[in-house]
Design a protein around this ligand. Structure first.
Ligand code: MF3
Ligand code: CO
Length: 250
């Protein structure tokens, strides 16, 4: 069942979304050579708590940190630790904040210092694929219209869509119905209705779509060692354009 949020719940999700987006921005500003992923995670946790919210990911299914920080060939769910970021790395940061009984969820991939044009293109295409997708995030369209638009944009740029992980409804639970694949056929899936809140999150590999699960039980990497990027926002379906609840402040 896909829950439709009341106007009160939507207000609460706006607040959770703003905090989550600000936490992502803070993490992005910290991405530079010499910083450890653990330092970024601590700052994210401190910021979220200072806002009166709770990090959504901490202890979720046993996850040990507040942010997922995934570097280079790591796609998602990288566990922050002693790794020191180096010039040229690309760093995916995924954060969630819970306040007022609802979650915000968003992610982006940030450049560490100067990066290669190839890496920047991967970041840009991944981010833009989200915006291509949400052109269909409107009443009257079906869910997989979003998926198909993301897939078309990513694959037309020569990149691959990760299949094993998908976007999702979000609200009182971090992961609600429906699952939102980043691939699929237009015209399929449930009809979109105002009041749905969805986390749309393309995960894009520069090489093949194949993934490998690391022995830490969390980190997901590309199988071929080529790099990957991630971009995510929580959005609200309205009677017009979608509202990005985790919109960057600037
Ligand atoms: N942010 C992820 C998502 O978008 C979930 C992270 S899993 C966690 O669905 F365990 F790290 F929380
Ligand atoms: Co998500």
């Amino acid at each position: 069942m896909i829950t439709l949020k009341s106007s009160h719940e939507i207000e609460l999700m706006r607040r959770a979304g703003k905090i989550t987006a600000a936490a992502r921005a803070l993490a992005g500003e910290m991405v530079r050579p010499g910083v450890t992923t653990q330092e970024i995670d601590s700052a994210v946790e401190h910021f979220i708590r200072k806002q009166g919210a709770v990090p959504s990911f901490l202890h979720y299914n046993g996850y040990p940190a507040s942010a997922c920080i995934s570097v280079n060939d790591e796609i998602i769910h990288g566990i922050p630790g002693k790794r020191v970021l180096a010039e040229g790395d690309i760093v995916s940061v995924d954060v969630g904040a819970y306040i007022g009984g609802v979650h915000g969820d968003c992610a982006a991939t940030f450049p560490c210092g100067r990066i290669s044009p190839e890496a920047q293109d991967l970041i840009d295409v991944t981010r833009q694929s989200f915006f291509e997708g949400i052109q269909f995030a409107k009443e009257g369209h079906r869910l997989l219209d979003i998926s198909a638009a993301i897939q078309e944009y990513v694959e037309s740029h020569g990149y691959s869509i990760v299949r094993e992980y998908v976007g999702h409804g979000v609200g009182a639970q971090m992961h609600e119905s429906p699952e939102i694949p980043n691939y699929g056929h237009p015209g399929r899936g449930p009809r979109l209705l105002r009041g749905m809140t969805l986390a749309i999150e393309p995960m894009v590999n520069a090489g093949s779509a194949a993934i490998q699960q690391m022995s830490d039980g969390w980190t997901v990497k590309t199988l071929d060692g080529k790099w990957a990027a991630h971009y995510e926002n929580t959005i609200l379906i309205t009677d017009g354009e979608p509202e990005i609840l985790t919109a960057p402040a600037i």
